[in-house]
Ligand binder design. Sequence first.
Ligand SMILES: *Cc1c(COP(=O)(O)O)cnc(C)c1O
Length: 397
Amino acid sequence: MSALFPRRDRFELPDGVVYLDGNSLGPLPLGVAERAMATIRDEWGGELIRAWNSAGWMDAPRRVGDKLAPIIGAPAGSVVVGDTLSIKVVQAVAAGCRLRPGRTTVLSDTGNFPSDLYVTRSLLDQLDGEHRLLTVDPEQVADHLDDEVAVLLLTEVDYRTGRRHDMAALTEAAHAVGAIVVWDLAHSAGAVPLDVAGCGVDLAVGCTYKYLNGGPGAPAFIHVRPDLVDEVEPLLAGWLGHAAPFAMESTYRPGAGIERLRVGTPPVVQMAMLDHALDLWVDTDVAALHAASIELSEQLIAEVGRRCPQLTLVSPKDPDGRGSHVSFAAPMAEQIMQALIDRDVIGDVRPPSLLRFGITPLYLDAGDITAAVDALADIFETDAQHDPKYAAARAVT
Ligand SMILES: *Cc1c(COP(=O)(O)O)cnc(C)c1O
């Protein structure tokens, strides 16, 4: 294990909990609660509306975007934060379609997250009746790239299996047929090394409450390649994406550069929380973090293989083909997970019957992985998953 990790003292984590769900909701970083309270009491309470200027509320989406940019390998000035990821997917796909008039296909894969597919389909339904969403097997994406494709929309790391696409190769293949590429980095940012600039990615989006630990409801981000951004005609052309919001002009003029992807009023308290949470990345090398994640993931896979034959690995065996979570299939996955959570080992489940474990070396070590497998083995030994108290599924899994 790398000497750099874990850094559990940077988080407020309950004692005794093994938290294997940081891929879905990162834990509370130290100091975020104080920062939120200062924003509420000192800025909102003390400054009132003056805080839009005096506390930098209005500039926060861009300033926090600049702080996030290095984590995805994007240059300063190319990322803005706001809204939710589902909204940012709509904006990115709409921008891509407008950049490629005459092309009618948005290509994605069946492993993509439901919201990305739902919002894209609903967007295309509103267009001209010509556009269609084509979803193919993740392994067959490259075979379906042709000159009909306006936008290739992919999530790099599959939310269920952890399968990771080859971003450089697929971006290059999409560009070879003249398509725009939109990468969703929801399960990548803060988990795996990213180089959106080096890959020439056109647009990228992601959320900040998973590996970036921004907190529940934290705003999303969008990146546009700097040489492309002035051509983007934003869908959801809100007043804060206007070139001069407070001129209150009767018609929309897009703001400079990435600013045009803003929509309306930013969530100021969440923005401050995210700003503070991102301080962690100033001295965190994502490549080293990913290497530590591979080490812990290999340990989990090996120990489960040895001690819990009831579980079947569904994540890729090759660490290079994986993000930073590991999933296993098992009958009664939901009941097993409820029994695990009762043992203070927190992961989650996804259909069809997958147990999912986020591997986050910022606050996990080899002892935590062993403790998680101990709990799993204990469940199978005692047949705890059949306990009637686990019969009812939870609303949020
Ligand atoms: C988590 C996730 C989302 C969630 O979108 P929200 O608008 O933040 O609820 C969307 N897409 C992907 C790929 C995700 O992993």
